[in-house]
Design a protein around this ligand. Structure first.
Ligand SMILES: Cc1cc2nc3c(=O)[nH]c(=O)nc-3n(C[C@H](O)[C@H](O)[C@H](O)COP(=O)(O)OP(=O)(O)OC[C@H]3O[C@@H](n4cnc5c(N)ncnc54)[C@H](O)[C@@H]3O)c2cc1C
Length: 326
């Protein structure tokens, strides 16, 4: 999801600003990538419906929508009848919702394949080997974009935050029976449903302070129950994939962008946590500006500098734990 509005949470104002900035760059970025590669990256702009199943769910959601509206973000409340005009497949019991018209989606698997193709065409040499330590890299400028692996390489406080996701497909292979991304509160569970052009529906996601990528029965149960509570027809879809990934989380949930103190020539582009896809264009632009020197004073970077955290000797487990308490 490219969701600067739905992901605008209390206490994350600066991150919300960066998400909004990057989402604004997405149409141009998608067009440029499609033109360079001819690839369809599944960029879709139908918008996102945020819905609440029960009265309590709706009360919780409305508190957040009021905050988001207070920031000037485009959140349009919808009555149940208006919701069902847009998505007739929603469960009759859904109490209410809101539209975030600027929250879009892209298919991350297609995106990564297209970026890889574009990079290779531009002359990038890909060396598929792990870097054990930064001193092994002979380069004038090194960008550490290693997700959770950045902690071991740099000592930055980046930790894995596990997310389990399901993929469903309509039996018979037709398109999903809804068009918007749907983000729901369903009897206390948070769930999102993303309809893909390929016919798949992505159901996500758990948020777990763990570093394994195992699939747990309980997570599948909770995700499916919440999904079917909101969109009953999903019960008849095929379950085609279960997968878990690790978000590179930071203590303040915001990315770390820019030079590492005391490490000349090393730039961090990591800690993107829940937002690495939406933040792709702005991260690329900001890091390119630092490499060329033309964007060294870019004010957008200021809240996301590496020196807002204590940086420990690379790879120290204990020091990363310490950071969580600081
Ligand atoms: C379940 C789930 C749902 C998500 N949903 C969304 C969403 O809707 N929208 C959104 O914007 N974001 C979402 N995210 C977050 C997004 O996927 C991440 O923020 C993003 O993948 C981070 O990208 P990255 O390239 O920094 O790190 P990664 O994707 O983790 O990639 C890092 C790469 O570096 C490699 N690496 C690590 N260490 C080394 C080393 N020492 N040497 C060489 N290579 C190394 C790894 O193998 C990996 O290939 C989601 C994440 C999860 C898990």
């Amino acid at each position: 999801m490219l969701a600067p509005v739905a992901e605008a949470y209390f206490g994350e104002r600066e991150l919300t600003g960066l998400l909004t900035e990057s989402a604004g760059r997405w149409p141009g970025f998608a067009a440029e990538l499609t033109e360079a590669t001819g690839a369809d990256i599944g960029y879709r702009t139908e918008g996102t419906l945020m819905v609440g199943l029960t009265a309590d769910d709706l009360a919780e959601a409305r508190r957040l929508w009021a905050y988001q509206q207070g920031l000037g973000l485009p959140v349009t409340p919808l009555r149940p009848s208006q919701l069902r005009e847009r998505e007739p497949a929603l469960a009759p019991g859904v109490r209410g919702g809101a539209l975030a018209v600027t929250d879009h989606q892209v298919d991350p698997r297609r995106l990564v394949a297209a970026l890889r193709g574009a990079a290779e065409r531009a002359g990038v040499l890909l060396v598929p080997e792990p870097v054990r330590q930064l001193s092994d890299v002979a380069a004038g400028v090194t960008v550490v974009a290693a997700g959770c692996g950045a902690a071991a390489l740099t000592g930055l406080p980046v930790r894995p935050v596990k997310g389990q996701v399901l993929r469903l497909r309509a039996s018979g292979g037709g398109p999903p029976g809804f068009r918007h991304v749907i983000r729901g509160y369903a009897d206390g569970e948070h769930v999102y449903l993303v309809p893909r052009d390929s016919g798949e529906v992505v159901v996500g996601a758990t948020v777990e302070e763990r570093s394994d990528v195992d699939i747990s029965a309980g997570a599948v149960l909770r995700l499916l129950r919440a999904a079917v509570d909101l969109l009953p027809e999903l019960a008849e879809y095929d379950l085609v994939e279960t997968v878990a990934g690790l978000r590179p989380g930071t203590p303040d949930n915001a990315p770390i962008l820019g030079p590492l103190p005391d490490r000349p020539g090393v730039l961090a582009a990591t800690g993107h946590h829940r937002h690495g896809i939406v933040l792709t264009p702005v991260t690329a632009d900001l890091i390119t500006g630092l490499i060329t020197g033309e964007g060294a004073d870019e004010p957008l970077l200021t809240p996301f500098r590496a020196d807002r955290f204590r940086i420990h000797s690379a790879g120290s487990e204990q020091s990363r734990e310490d950071d969580a308490w600081n």
